[in-house]
Unconditional design. Structure first.
Length: 236
């Protein structure tokens, strides 16, 4: 039976810790956290670690990440004492078939995201009823009207977005208060960090995700809008 999302959203709006506690209590099924270990990922990871360090945390290594991200993931996971950190990645056979030369992103970024991120995540989420994301409304685009609890019609999973209502200042204040380490690329002008070939720095005053797939009509990995409805890219 699907949980009452209207009730959950009304009850936990503005209460990130409460949303996380109910998500990790088992009342909503088996829930994992998915983290990019990006610019502000330490906040949600720290909140989760305070509740249950054994929470499954899925990290997608697309094999095209910045070296700084890989180091940050290793060091932060150890610092927070996460005991079930799972590094997942693209299927090797699929990579050899579709992107043996690692240049698919130059021709078709949607297919590259699908191959290296969306498909691995869908495989990793099998056996889970839902997952926790770090998306925020202030990031704009498809995220501007984000609920804390939502249903993904493409997969049937529950998505929990505890930080949906947080601002950039809220995140910075939390990191300072708990002395959490920043991703090293943040100081170099990267407020949103994905794969190295498709992520660049952002100028002052730009949207924080402007450096992702710059120059393209794309602001999410593997997500499209068809007839006004958000869906996942279908496997080719």
């Amino acid at each position: 039976m699907q949980p009452d999302l209207t009730r959950l959203n009304a009850r936990y709006e503005g209460d990130a810790e409460g949303a996380l506690r109910v998500a990790l209590s088992g009342a909503l099924g088996k829930i994992a956290m998915v983290s990019s270990f990006g610019a502000d990922s330490a906040v949600l990871l720290h909140l989760v670690a305070q509740i249950d360090r054994a929470t499954p945390v899925l990290f997608i290594n697309t094999l095209m990440l910045f070296p700084e991200t890989l180091t940050y993931q290793h060091d932060l996971g150890k610092q927070l004492g996460l005991t079930d950190l799972r590094v997942i990645g693209p299927d090797r056979a699929e990579l050899l078939e579709k992107d043996a030369d690692n240049i698919l992103h130059l021709a078709d970024t949607d297919s590259c995201c699908d191959l290296r991120k969306t498909r691995p995540l869908e495989r990793a989420l099998q056996g889970f009823d839902g997952w926790i994301t770090g998306r925020k409304r202030y990031q704009g685009g498809l995220r501007a009207s984000l609920d804390q609890f939502e249903h993904d019609p493409a997969t049937g999973h529950l998505k929990v977005n505890p930080l949906a209502g947080w601002s950039a200042k809220d995140l910075g204040d939390y990191m300072n208060r708990h002395m959490l380490p920043r991703h090293p690329l943040v100081a170099r002008g990267y407020p949103s960090i994905g794969c190295a070939p498709c992520t660049g720095p952002v100028a002052a005053g730009e949207d924080p995700r402007a450096g992702r797939w710059r120059g393209q009509e794309k602001d999410e990995c593997g997500i499209h809008i068809v007839d006004g409805r958000v869906i996942r890219r279908q496997a080719s």
